[in-house]
Design a protein around this ligand. Sequence first.
Ligand code: HEC
Ligand code: HEC
Length: 275
Amino acid sequence: MRLRICVLSLLISAPSFAYAQDSNSLTIDGQVMVTETAAPAHMENVDTIYSGWRFRSQETQAMEMDDFDNPAFVFLDKAYELWDAVDGTEGKSCSSCHEPEDFTGLRAQLPRVEGEELVTLEDLINRSRVEHMGAEPWKWSGTQMTSMTALVGLQSRGLPMDVAIEGDAKPFWEAGKEIYYTNVGQLDMACSSCHEDNYGMMIRADHLSQGQINGFPTYRLKNAKLNSIHGRFKGCMKNIRATPFKEGGAEFKALELYLASRSEGLSVETPSVRN
Ligand code: HEC
Ligand code: HEC
């Protein structure tokens, strides 16, 4: 415990500007996004939730406000090519069976429980590839998958995040919550140490957000590509010198459900831009 306080106070400091998060409003293509709203009742320690967009610099914010300036759209062009590309033993492409618009609302409601399983967008896409196309599954955070999750997610842009957490989903949600609050790694920190206890503060040169997932996949200026939700979790775990869970594994899926429930009511911003 003493070590943790010590490490935190070394790393984290107040921002040199006045506000914990700015008050800019996000409009994309004339559509107003909800970037701030009352926290859902299950979040005991937080009153208001904010999109990560509110914590970024004005230059980074501007890139997300216009699809022509948003570098993620290079990957959407790629996704439209993949959409029409025949692959696998059945001689089919996504376009043989779907229109992108069929997926309106889907991003906002994932992950969800089917049978005994917690299912993410990546799972659904790979299920179609394997079972309906006779094709190889795509790698969880590979360019093909992140481009396609961006295309599917874009169909829900502007809709409120709204995952089910009761009933069958409850045990997965509880498991995710447990992970969120458990200290791990050499720095002995939990997700909550940064994204709940210290959002609005600076960690080195970075402005700490609430670690919301309403904008994924996210184009990051740091690596100039689309980043998956689990890829981001992995990066945060590495930063606190913890051994990350596996992308696509049960732990990260449960954590994804829990985080999605902490984004409730924020607009889907896919594809967002972050540093
Ligand atoms: C041969 C027809 C076929 C092809 C080709 C196909 N799918 Fe599907 N897809 C389905 C069917 C049928 C379902 C619903 C049942 C299921 O999930 O297996 C589905 C479900 C989905 C879902 C979940 C939708 C929801 O609301 O639950 C997604 C996302 C999806 N497909 C994406 C894709 C993508 C992306 C491709 C191309 C890489 C693709 N599909 C190719 C037939 C197809
Ligand atoms: C030592 C502090 C720290 C810890 C602990 C930490 N993160 Fe982060 N995280 C960051 C920083 C810094 C960023 C980039 C700036 C920001 O958005 O906060 C970030 C970004 C994120 C984002 C992207 C937010 C967006 O708007 O795109 C998510 C999601 C996230 N973290 C989830 C997690 C999860 C899940 C855990 C626990 C496994 C975790 N983080 C633990 C520091 C931390």
